[in-house]
Ligand binder design. Structure first.
Ligand code: MG
Length: 282
């Protein structure tokens, strides 16, 4: 096997799996960019990932923002993707509810973007007064006391209860902000400990939605990201090749101590591209 100079060592089995990759699922924040800057090699990586018969999508557990926000951000950084290639945990959750349950009238603890994702999938966001059949909790940056109260009352009534993801904090230049996991804890405190079924990364709901968009089998799919408990767990728990980039949240120590292990570790997506090119002979 040929090993590009300066790249990390890759086992023959991982090299063989890299050679098969036709579908690429990539996390965004900490993987393709951080703040307003593209990661080293990210533009070339994304260009390669859509060339020939390859397909790529980008994904995020952030269910508070519309897909357009991510498309426009990537576009500004020189990584244009169509809207359909942006997958949020909100879309994945709504699509999973439609595909796997008879529930169609969620009470949405979330933003307008999550309500729009629900409507796109065929769900009807429903207020407490109108009799919802389930609760869907997201990263609600428009949360107020009335909405939190309604959610607690419905969860206490034992309605089916789901969340788009469980991240407890959202990284921000100002510091750590309360994310969906923090709202889950607030509701659990009020409802004798009731917690939702999680549907974003690293669950099968996110993988299903991703594979539906790229159309590749798991054996020809690569998941790339900077977080062990979401991005890498998504691959590791579902038999999808997963590559960890060290440009984001994960430190060497976190990797060493983690029970979740990536198939390969690279400094950045540029180094991953070098390995993919070597494996695929281009
Ligand atoms: Mg990330």
């Amino acid at each position: 096997m040929s090993q590009p100079a300066g790249s990390p060592p890759v086992s023959p089995s991982v090299h063989a799996r890299l050679a098969q990759v036709r579908g690429i699922m990539t996390d965004m924040d900490g993987t393709l960019y951080i703040g307003g800057a593209a990661m080293p090699g990210a533009v070339d990586f994304m260009r390669w990932a859509e060339a020939g018969d390859r397909q790529r999508i980008v994904l995020t557990n952030n269910s508070s923002k519309a897909r357009e926000v991510y498309r426009d951000r990537l576009d500004a950084l020189g990584m244009p993707v169509p809207l359909e290639a942006v997958l949020t945990s909100g879309d994945a959750s709504a699509e999973w509810l439609v595909a796997h349950t008879a529930l169609r009238r969620p009470f949405v603890l979330g933003t307008e973007a999550l309500r729009a994702a629900c409507a796109r999938a065929g769900l009807t966001p429903t207020s407490l007064a109108d009799g919802p059949d389930c609760v869907l909790l997201g990263y609600d940056t428009s949360l107020d006391y009335a909405k939190l109260t309604d959610a607690c009352l419905l969860v206490a009534q034992d309605l089916p209860y789901y969340a788009t993801h469980a991240d407890k904090t959202c990284i921000d230049p100002r510091g750590l902000l309360p994310d969906a996991g923090a709202f889950i804890e607030a509701i659990a405190t009020t409802t004798k400990g009731r917690r939702p079924t999680i549907l974003g990364k690293p669950t099968a709901a996110m993988l299903e939605a991703g594979l539906r968009r790229i159309g590749t089998p798991r054996a020809a799919t690569l998941m790339v990201g900077d977080q062990l408990d979401t991005d890498i767990a998504l691959g590791a728990q579902h038999d999808v090749l997963c590559a960890l980039v060290m440009t984001g949240e994960t430190s060497e120590q976190m990797l060493a101590e983690s029970p979740v292990k990536p198939d390969l570790v690279v400094p950045d997506v540029g180094a991953l591209l070098t390995l993919l090119r070597a494996a695929q002979g281009d």
